[in-house]
Structure formats: structure tokens, C-alpha cells
Design a protein around this ligand. Structure first.
Ligand code: NAD
Ligand code: ISE
Length: 335
């Protein structure tokens, strides 16, 4: 079976996902595209063999030549499309965030529960990165004993002009919140946000931020977002356990020793750093949908839990207080 995928949102990551589905991965083809910017959609469709251009996301979801939907439009539009996909019984791959409010995330979970099965995978691609997978393997094997602390560093060389103070949390740190929950195998229970001296490259932006979170069992987690670090896209992760520590290795493919120096390259951006992880997450989604499983990767519950941490972190940022993260009971389809 070749999965016929319709893509809503053909901006930066939408186009990158289209490229990987058409040129890198197996088992899927793009049969429909839509974007509120018709010029972009036409250009994207012109590069595809047989993709219908739809005026709206709703039309694309209803298209009988679309078996599954990939949502890569702006975050606030995700809820509408994910709900419509579930209502049509079509599996959905939704880029992060699942939705931008906790009520919207709960509505999506309620729709899946009513459908009686998972239909949604959220684009938390770090879970498919081999370095994170190795780190999780070390933690789960008990090699360093029980985790006590975890540091998650998220450094971007720069961000677009429309990037706001809140986006350091909802657009950037949301990945750290998800991957921390996954690595440690437990929920985050509370958060405090500290704002140090500002990076002069960030203008009025409050950059960097340091977040201190605790998990349900008391592991302390620090998340650093630095989004104007200039030198490259640098993702860090280190667990301190009872018997040792485990950290993501540096990613330079070659370490150069020359003229009294040791050096290696740093990825330029998220596309480069997580290229294989994006490939793996989408292949996993395609395989699960083709096998009739609906979705098996990061779930709507994961999207909800990460969004709840974002909401709490925003309140912590503006209040200076420690803010608890209070989740509803997990529906059994996400067990
Ligand atoms: P972008 O601005 O480049 O593209 C978004 C596109 O969506 C634009 O072309 C816009 O015209 C279109 N759009 C907006 N509203 C729409 C609507 N109602 N219906 C259809 N199309 C609509 O942004 P981007 O960087 O590609 O980000 C898109 C999504 O992907 C965001 O949710 C973002 O958080 C996520 N993202 C994830 C990662 C990751 O690492 N997983 C990286 C980048 C972006
Ligand atoms: C972007 O939207 C992403 O999701 C990237 O993974 C992240 O590193 C970046 O900070 C976000 O802006």
C-alpha cells in the first residue's frame, strides 16, 4: 500500500517533510497540499507529480485521494485540522504544538477517545534521534543508577524577527519538556523560570532563559534556552545519576587537530541537527498507518502534557513564582 498524504501548511517544515516523503522515505506519496498562501502552494505543487491544490484544509481532509493528513501550518490552526482529521477517521501527523491551549488539547484527546483509537502523532522528533535513544537506553538499563538531575540545553544561533518572548517557552523549550518526560519516564510536576542578563544580540527579547523544573518523583531538571547564541545550533542533555552521569555526545562528524588546536563543526540549524530524526519519525508514522495502527509515536497525551508545562512556565515567567503542573487523569488509550 502507498499511503496518500495531504499536507496542510507548505511553509518551511511542511516543504521539508514533503521533500523527505517524496525523496527519502518509503511507502507514501503526496496527493494534496494547501496553504493560506496560494502562491507558495502552487510552487510546491508544481514540483510534485500529482498533488491536488486545495483552497482550504477542510477540503483537503475530505479529499477521497487523501488517506492521512500532515499538519504543518501555524500552531493556533492545528486544533481545527487535527479534530477534522479525527472526525474523518484519517490518521494525522501534527507538527508541534499539538494545539496552543490546554482546552484544545483536551478536545483532541476526547475526540480520539470517542473514536476508540489513537489517530494522532505529534512531531516531537527528538524521540527518534539516535543520540537521545542511546541516552534513554543508558537510563533505562540502570547503568548510572536512578536519575537525580537532568540538564537540557537548547541553543539556536538566531531566531526570526517575529519570535517573541513567549516563544522561547512554547516554540523552543516545548521540545525539552517533551524529551525530558520521555527520557525520565515521568511527568513534570512544577516549574520556575529565571531570566538572567540579556544577550545583546536579542534586542528586547528576554534571552536566555533558565527554567528549573521538578518531576513527580523529585528529579530536578534545568532547561536553558539561548536563541541568539550565534555559534550554531547546539543541543545538550546530561543526566546525573546515583552512580554516574550520561550525556549526549557532541555531534561533529570529524574532530580536527591542527596547528595546536582541536576543532569540530556545530550544526547550523534544527534541520541539520535532527535530519535523521525527522526522517525516522515520519517513516514510523507511515509504517504505523499502513499497518492499520493509526498512530504509535508521540501521542496527543504527550502534546497535552507538554502544553501544560508550557502554560505553567509562561505563568512562572510572568509571575516569578514556582507554578505546579496539574494534569488530568490519563485516558487509557494513551497508557
Ligand atoms: P512557516 O511560517 O514557514 O510555515 C507555516 C505555513 O502555514 C505558512 O506557509 C502559512 O501560510 C501556513 N498557514 C498558516 N495558517 C494556515 C491555515 N489556517 N491553513 C493552512 N496553512 C496555513 O512555519 P514553519 O517553521 O514551517 O512551522 C510550521 C509548524 O511546524 C509550527 O507549528 C512549528 O512550531 C512547527 N515546527 C516544528 C519544528 C520541529 O523541530 N519539530 C521545526 C520548525 C517548525
Ligand atoms: C522551531 O520551531 C523548532 O521546533 C526547533 O526544533 C527549535 O529548535 C526552534 O527553537 C523552534 O523555533
Amino acid at each position: 500500500m502507498t499511503l496518500r498524504v495531504g499536507v496542510i501548511g507548505t511553509g518551511m517544515i511542511g516543504q521539508d517533510h514533503i521533500r523527505r516523503i517524496t525523496q527519502v522515505l518509503c511507502g507514501a506519496e503526496i496527493t494534496a497540499v494547501t496553504d493560506t498562501n496560494p502562491e507558495v502552494t502552487q510552487q510546491v505543487a508544481a514540483r510534485l507529480k500529482k498533488a491536488t491544490v486545495h483552497t482550504t484544509g477542510q477540503d483537503l481532509i475530505a479529499d477521497e485521494n487523501v488517506d492521512a493528513v500532515l499538519v504543518a501550518s501555524w500552531g493556533p490552526t492545528h486544533e481545527e485540522y487535527v479534530l477534522a482529521g479525527i472526525a474523518a477517521g484519517k490518521p494525522v501527523f501534527c507538527e508541534k504544538p499539538l494545539a496552543t491551549t490546554q482546552l484544545a488539547c483536551r478536545a483532541i484527546m476526547a475526540a480520539e477517545v470517542a473514536a476508540g483509537r489513537r489517530l494522532v502523532q505529534v512531531g516531537f522528533m527528538r524521540r527518534y534521534d539516535h543520540t537521545y535513544r542511546e541516552l534513554k537506553g543508558v537510563i533505562d538499563a540502570g547503568t548510572i543508577g536512578a536519575p537525580l538531575m537532568y540538564y537540557s540545553g537548547h541553543r539556536n544561533p538566531g531566531v526570526p524577527d517575529h519570535y517573541t518572548k513567549d516563544m522561547a517557552i512554547v516554540d523552543t523549550a516545548v521540545h525539552d519538556f517533551d524529551v525530558t518526560r520521555w527520557l525520565l519516564g515521568e511527568e513534570l510536576a512544577g516549574v520556575r523560570v529565571l531570566a538572567p542578563k540579556r544577550n545583546r544580540h536579542g534586542g528586547d527579547l528576554q534571552d536566555p532563559l533558565l527554567m528549573i523544573l521538578e518531576t513527580a518523583s523529585g528529579v530536578l531538571v534545568t532547561v536553558e534556552t539561548s536563541v541568539n547564541i550565534r555559534y550554531g545550533y547546539d543541543i545538550r542533555g546530561e543526566v546525573v545519576g546515583e552512580d554516574g552521569t550520561a550525556a549526549l555526545a557532541d555531534r561533529a562528524p570529524v574532530v580536527l587537530r591542527r596547528a595546536g588546536t582541536v576543532s569540530g563543526t556545530v550544526p547550523a540549524d534544527w534541520r541539520q541537527r535532527f535530519m535523521t530524526a525527522y526522517d525516522n519519525e515520519l517513516q514510523d508514522w507511515i509504517d504505523a498507518v499502513c499497518a492499520g495502527d493509526g498512530a504509535t509515536g508521540p501521542s496527543s497525551w504527550d502534546g497535552y502534557a507538554a502544553q501544560m508545562v508550557c502554560d505553567a512556565a509562561l505563568r512562572a515567567l510572568y509571575s516569578g513564582e514556582h507554578v505546579p503542573v496539574e494534569l488530568i487523569d490519563k485516558p487509557s488509550i494513551y497508557a
